[in-house]
Design a protein around this ligand. Structure first.
Ligand code: IFM
Length: 459
């Protein structure tokens, strides 16, 4: 299988390819060299929260294997590596005392990227809040936003001059909706009032951190990563069409509007505004900051219907799955690449946005090695189809600068533990043996062809 030349040549020449990971999902070494606990350590160690009672204590042991893992990334011929910092590794209590050994790890990692010509794309927050901050209320407490600014300042002062970019948050939708509303992610709460507060305080942390980052290092490209939903009504009925509009206001608008317009959607404030922190309006100008880029993480479309159950809260919608009509991944997520292009075009129509990177895209298929190879052709097809749609979106005028495959390695997939595999590289979690899958080889060929095209046009 090979991606057509036509696709490659429609991507801009300075388009970058990369691979992505996050700290808690791969680092392990959860108690090593002074790292403090995070909410995910606490959540995993309570029975019933994570499949098989799995946890990130060892994960992919990347803390010890970073050098050979960077060699593997280099071997994939990609331009960039997107990773996240573990807040509690560098500030074990979230604020105050700095852990130099934790900073030294990221020093080694970033220098290791640069030695291998990999652009380091760092994310400050990929869900692993230091436990001490959760004890004070976590994201429901305004002080967590201020603690986040202190952490951002520390990281940018130390590393800003060696990073290719910094993102404040990865998928704040997940931290708040899955962590505070659905209770399936840390900290495991189910409360709409706490959810709205957690959303607002993350926004505030983002906005204040962006100003701080820019005052320390004005030339460091700064952005945020969102998992926007590509939303479709489950039927043609008027009820379901209105449901889709409400679902979009709640799940996308609550994030896009404050960040890029300086307001919340009125449908959201009319129904849920009383749950926002007092005087929330005064924060909007701090939240709405100019950004150099934003990242979109995309996996699957969302189909919704109206729900009239009496206990249902705004937006009064329920998600449905059309698994009989579309192929699905091993996590049951519908595969539908065209919906990525539609989302990109739609969101640029509705908002004034800076250029975008696809900061995550990938699929869960649990293929295992046979005779030393992992033949994950379904993942290759998934990547091909999605990159082809990205090229179409680019041709339609969407400013897309790059694509990061999720993920470099099979890793700790949150509530699914180690049961669900997204890697380009297979990990045997008993031996930590890495096996490059067919999708890894495919990405290496794609990135190489893209470089060849770039180089030939320079001749
Ligand atoms: O593994 C996650 C990642 O941490 C955030 N985005 C979605 C991925 C797949 O579920």
């Amino acid at each position: 299988m090979s991606i057509s030349n036509a696709v490659i040549t429609t991507l801009p020449q300075d388009f970058i390819f990369g691979v992505a990971t996050s700290a808690y999902q791969i680092e392990g070494a959860s108690k090593t060299d002074g790292r403090g606990p995070s909410i995910w350590d606490d959540f995993c160690h309570k029975p019933g929260n994570v499949a098989n009672y799995d946890n990130g204590d060892f994960a992919c042991d990347h803390y010890n294997r970073w050098k050979t893992d960077l060699d593997l990334i280099h071997g994939l011929n990609v331009d960039a590596y997107r990773f996240s910092f573990s807040w509690s590794r560098v500030l074990p209590k979230g604020t105050g005392q700095i852990n130099e050994k934790g900073l030294a790890f990221y020093d080694r990692l970033i220098d290791g990227c640069l030695e291998r010509q990999l652009q380091p794309f760092a994310t400050l927050y990929h869900w692993d809040l230091p436990s001490s901050l959760q004890q004070l209320g976590g994201w429901t407490h305004r002080d967590t936003a201020y603690a986040f600014v202190e952490y951002a300042a520390l990281m940018v002062t130390r590393f800003g001059d060696r990073l290719a970019s910094i993102s404040t948050f990865n998928e704040p939708w997940c931290s708040s909706m899955l962590g505070y509303l659905e209770g399936i992610h840390a900290p495991g709460l189910k409360d709409i009032s706490l959810t709205m507060k957690s959303i607002h305080n993350q926004h505030l942390g983002h906005g204040l951190a962006v100003s701080q980052i820019k005052s320390i290092n004005p030339s460091l490209p700064t952005g945020i990563v969102l998992n926007l939903q590509s939303i479709y009504p489950g039927s043609d009925s008027e009820e379901d069409q209105s449901a889709a509009i409400r679902h979009e206001a709640f799940n996308n608008g609550t994030f896009l509007d404050p960040l890029f317009k300086g307001s919340y959607p009125s449908a959201v404030t009319d129904s849920l505004g009383h749950h926002l922190p007092e005087n929330w309006q005064d924060d909007l100008c701090n939240i709405h900051q100019p950004l150099d880029f934003w990242g979109l993480n995309f996996y699957t479309p969302t189909r919704v219907i109206h729900t009239c159950q009496r206990e249902s809260a705004f937006p009064h919608t329920a998600q449905i799955f059309l698994d009989s009509e579309h192929e699905c991944t091993d996590l049951g997520w519908e595969i539908n690449a065209a919906t990525l292009k539609e989302l990109l075009i739609d969101v640029y129509k509705k908002y004034q946005l800076p250029p975008c990177y696809i900061t995550e895209n990938g699929a869960c298929f649990n293929d295992e090695p046979t005779e030393g190879t992992v033949d994950d052709t379904r993942r290759v097809q998934y990547f091909e189809d999605h990159i082809a749609e990205i090229a179409k979106a680019h041709q339609a005028g969407v400013p897309i600068r790059g694509y990061f495959a999720w993920s470099l390695l099979d890793n700790f997939e949150w509530a699914e533990g180690y049961t669900m595999r997204f890697g380009l590289i297979h990990v045997d979690f008993h031996t930590q043996r890495r096996t490059i899958k067919r999708s890894g080889e495919w990405l290496a060929n794609l990135a190489q062809s893209h470089h060849a095209r770039k180089n030939s046009s320079l001749l």
